[in-house]
Design a binder for this molecule. Structure first.
Ligand SMILES: [Zn+2]
Length: 605
């Protein structure tokens, strides 16, 4: 952006007005305004803005500069973006943007279009929630303690039970391709890959083509980017029973939205997080909304998955401390462990809150009030204490073997801590809590570091990628797509699964046999296997693999199994030939042929 434009923007704006959007300012002199500094935490104002000289200064943290510096800092953007923001706030028309290539220009146009579609859709869903058809949805939201204010603040809406209505609202705004890219629609494809005829059982309509609304009869929670623009939705079903589909349905990945790069509520929470330096991390959108509306402004949600690396980087720009408050169930505990691993590695100060009574944050805030929740946050233990406790729960027995397992569970976490001093302190604490000689622990740590592995005395063969995916899938909740796909394959291809590597096969069997909702680690009886699984959980970031990853893993496992079987059969055949046992030769030859056919089937799937 040309500098004379910046100059002219600066001349036409009043810094007091712009900063006044972010900070409550009080007049403190002829030209002087003061307020609480947005860049550091304080109770008495040391932040002042000078109207005559058009600058700001903080006597506490020494931040200072002009209107652009302020916007750059508070919005976390570069200079040109700050100029653009200030110009927009002041109503100054922007010069035409120049692009380096036609592709870039097209991409920019497309993004703009997609943002517009999301904005119009959000307003439309809000409208539907207020309509008579939205009565059930309103009832549900009221039941969860949401007021009209809260609903408006988070722009919660309702997608009616219609395949067509949203499309009719949006079709004049964008072409089919853009509508398709928005993630707001689904479509049926013919077997030959050509677009289908739309809603099953309905004749195709002109204009709307084969697209139909992805979200129907669901409560719509908009997901916004850092700047507060809606880029995706999470939709909760109002239907019960078999036809309900998943409880929560999310927008797919689109040019605007990538699940692992977004933190829910960052747009509303980031200023509070920056001032405080700390963030509360919860799993679900409803948890986040309840906690936020209860007056705890620095809360974010990961949208039901463990933290990802991109999310860590995003958070890094605002916070140095995090309190992780996931659901107390197994999936929540696993997600918490994975998140802890990532956050400590990035040098965050991490604490972990487990709410008493097995409550999730939403329930807790509603049942016991905001004050009690704040107290619980204050009392949350450090991640070290949390992990030691978790190790003791997973490996409760006090014999030396169990102690070693508990230590093995902790070692990867200890090793991830960037500071050597903090690492040693954790090792000593862990040793004390587990009743192990701390000199031994430190020696093991050193040895493990030297050998570049996370575990002591573990001789297990490393897992292949496919085995990892499969174990992950079978560890997922029964109702998850990953589990369903894996279970279906195990059922259908029993003989191929039977020739899987024995320890993995045993783990898979035990995971499949566990009661619904039970802790996968608790289902594994062999401690070495449990350790293998614990290490797997710690090394992955996403809770569940995608269904097509599971499909690919199943194929790889089947291939490995059959190949293993073939090798054995060939060895047997060789022996039978040497011994001249005609019956065995015939039987084994047939078996090898049969395996070859099965292998070909795998290759063709
Ligand atoms: Zn300051």
């Amino acid at each position: 952006m040309p500098n004379d434009f910046a100059q002219s923007v600066k001349e036409q704006t009043d810094i007091v007005k712009i900063i006044g959007d972010y900070v409550r300012l009080k007049k403190a002199g002829a030209q002087n305004y003061t307020g609480l500094c947005p860049f550091h935490k304080e109770k008495t104002p040391s932040f002042s803005v000078h109207a005559g000289r058009q600058f700001f200064n903080c006597f506490g943290c020494h931040e200072h500069g002009d209107v652009f510096t302020f916007v750059q800092k508070i919005e976390n953007v570069g200079f040109s973006e700050a100029v653009r923001t200030v110009a927009q706030k002041a109503g100054i028309p922007l010069p035409k943007r120049e692009f380096t290539s036609p592709e870039e220009a097209a991409e920019h146009r497309q993004r703009g279009k997609l943002l517009e579609l999301h904005e119009v859709a959000t307003a439309w869903f809000e409208e539907q929630l207020r309509s008579p058809e939205g009565a059930l949805a309103r009832e549900y939201l009221t039941g969860r303690g949401l007021t009209a204010d809260g609903i408006a603040k988070f722009r919660i809406g309702f997608a009616p039970d219609s395949y067509r209505a949203l499309g009719e609202r949006l079709q004049s705004l964008a072409d089919q391709e853009t509508l398709r890219l928005s993630g707001l629609f689904s479509w049926k494809e013919q077997e030959d890959g050509s677009p289908g005829r739309g809603v099953p059982g309905e004749p195709p309509r002109r204009g709307m083509g084969p697209l139909y609304a992805r979200f129907r009869k669901r409560i719509m929670f908009p997901i916004a980017n850092e700047a507060g623009r809606v880029i995706a939705f999470t939709a909760r079903t109002l239907e019960t029973g078999e036809k309900a589909g998943p409880k929560y349905l999310n927008s797919p990945e689109t040019p605007l939205y990538s699940k692992s790069h977004v933190l829910f509520n960052l747009d509303k929470a980031r200023q509070a997080i920056r001032q405080d330096g700390g963030a509360v991390l919860v799993e679900g959108q409803m948890d986040c909304i309840s906690v936020f509306l209860a007056g705890i402004p620095n809360v974010l949600a990961t949208s039901g998955t463990a933290f990802t690396e991109s999310q860590t980087r995003l958070l890094r720009r605002y916070a140095t401390r995090v309190i992780v408050n996931f659901d107390p169930d197994t999936a929540g505990a696993n997600a918490a462990e994975k998140s802890i691993a990532l956050l400590t590695q990035e040098g965050f100060e991490v604490r972990v809150l487990t709410l008493e009574g097995g409550l999730d944050p939403d329930r807790y805030v509603r049942d016991r009030g905001a004050r009690a929740y704040v107290d619980a946050l204050r009392a949350a233990p450090s991640f070290q204490d949390y992990l030691v406790e978790r190790a003791r729960q997973l490996f409760p027995s006090r014999d030396p073997k169990s102690k070693t397992e508990a230590l093995n569970f902790l070692l990867p976490h200890i090793r991830r801590i960037p500071s050597r001093i903090a690492r040693d302190a954790f090792a000593i604490d862990a040793a004390q809590a587990l009743g192990i000689d701390s000199a031994l622990v430190r020696a093991e740590l050193k040895e493990a570091a030297a050998k570049r592995r996370d575990s002591i005395s573990s001789h297990a063969q490393p897992l292949t990628h496919a085995e990892r995916i499969l174990l992950q899938a079978f560890s997922a909740p029964r109702s998850s797509e990953a589990y369903i796909v894996a279970e279906g394959a195990a059922h259908q291809h029993e003989p191929d699964f039977a020739s899987m590597r024995s320890d993995v096969r045993e783990m898979v069997e035990q995971l499949r046999a566990r009661p619904d909702g039970a802790d996968p680690l608790a289902a594994i009886t062999d401690p070495a296997h449990r350790q293998l699984l614990a290490e797997l959980f710690l090394s992955i970031h996403d809770t569940e693999p995608e269904p097509d990853e599971v499909d690919a893993a199943v194929l790889a496992i089947r291939r490995q199994g059959i190949e293993h079987e073939q090798r054995q059969l060939r060895a047997d055949l060789e022996r039978a030939e040497r011994a001249g046992h005609a019956d065995d030769i015939l039987r084994l030859t047939r078996a090898i042929q049969n395996a070859t056919v099965r292998l070909r089937e795998v290759d063709w799937s």
